[in-house]
Ligand binder design. Structure first.
Ligand code: INI
Length: 183
């Protein structure tokens, strides 16, 4: 290893103190999504958050647009997205899965605000319940921890960039996320 090489490692802490977070939850399959929400709130409470908004939408399809508006307020460091898409007898499942995932990714990349994807896409209610606090952990808890880590990582990236590297002029996405004026 080059002795003179300057190495830095960046990763987000798992403390939610001082973070402003939103949890976006679909009401469709609420039997499952309310359990995901409990898991997410448990994680946020244990990580020390004192500032969380819970936002409800009809289903997973509505999560991306609501996430976009929340991100654009500039009021949140990260958003936890929770939903449950359970396979039925029609191709509807495939559209809801694909579009909610694509939409969440698009919003995240366009706004620069981390969105944690806690939308279950499963074949049965049993699989969903397993992942919402039964046999396979709670994906709401996991998504909340991801949101906390990513929010802290983004803060750290911008914080450390002030001393170490030339700071980029704020990318459009960050500027947009700082708030929007509507006519
Ligand atoms: N929404 C879900 O969150 N989960 C589902 O399993 C689901 N299925 O299977 O239909 C679902 N559909 C509703 C969708 O998210 C929209 O709310 C609806 O299509 C109106 O736009």
């Amino acid at each position: 290893m080059d002795e003179g090489m300057k190495q830095r490692e960046l990763q987000g802490e798992l403390s939610a103190a001082g973070l402003r977070l939103a949890v976006l939850v679909g009401r469709f399959n609420s039997f499952v999504t309310e359990r995901l929400l409990s898991g997410a709130l448990d994680a946020l409470t244990r990580a020390g958050t004192s500032d969380v908004d819970i936002v409800r939408v009809p289903g997973a399809m509505e999560i991306p647009v609501a996430a976009r508006h929340l991100a654009e307020t500039g009021n949140y460091d990260a958003i936890v997205c929770l939903g449950a898409v359970i396979r039925g007898d029609t191709p509807h499942f495939d559209y809801v899965c694909a579009e909610s995932a694509r939409g969440v990714t698009q919003v995240m990349l366009e706004t620069g605000i981390p969105l944690a994807y806690g939308i279950l896409t499963v074949d049965s209610l049993e699989q969903a319940v397993d992942r919402a606090g039964l046999k396979s952990g709670n994906k709401g808890f996991d998504a909340a921890m991801t949101a906390i880590e990513m929010a802290n990582l983004v803060k750290k990236i911008y914080g450390s960039s002030e001393q170490e590297v030339e700071k980029p002029t704020a990318p459009a996405v960050r500027t947009r996320a700082k708030g929007r004026t509507r006519k």
